[in-house]
Design a protein around this ligand. Structure first.
Ligand code: FES
Length: 140
């Protein structure tokens, strides 16, 4: 089968769908080639991600990737988000077909864009190398 059971499960029953009205960080990224868009909302208290929601207007792999990424960062210290990679998301999904790997990149970028927004809003210094300055490389 092309997609793992885990991918199908997260596609059919995505976790953490929605918006957070008073989010502490919001990140929106898009892929210029396929036109898919992903938005992540973070609620952060005492340096912990206490809530996370996403909206994805995109393919099934993008939905499954964002669902898995939100599950992976929920309850984690904010600093942990820096090390979230699309590779880890793909591994947690038990793989994605090669031509769908870019969909998981969108999830990593959306989480990091939301983290950057949180840092910027709170004037928290960070290494610019560690977070993308543009939300989506493929859009530029
Ligand atoms: Fe666009 Fe999957 S095809 S994110």
């Amino acid at each position: 089968m092309l997609y793992s059971e885990t991918v199908m499960d997260h596609f059919r029953h995505p976790r953490n769908v929605g918006i957070i009205e008073n989010a502490d960080g919001v990140g929106e990224v898009g892929n210029a080639k396929c036109g898919d868009i992903m938005k992540i909302y973070l609620k952060i208290d005492d340096g912990q991600v206490t809530d996370v929601k996403f909206e994805t207007f995109g393919c099934g792999s993008a939905i499954a990737s964002s669902s898995m990424a939100t599950e992976m960062i929920k309850g984690q210290p904010v600093s942990r988000l820096l090390s979230l990679t699309n590779k880890a998301v793909v591994e947690a999904l038990n793989g994605l077909p090669p031509h769908k790997l870019h969909c998981s990149v969108l999830a990593e970028e959306a989480v990091k864009a939301a983290l950057k927004d949180y840092y910027d809003r709170n004037a928290i210094p960070y290494d610019p190398q560690s977070l993308p300055t543009t939300s989506c490389e493929s859009c530029h």
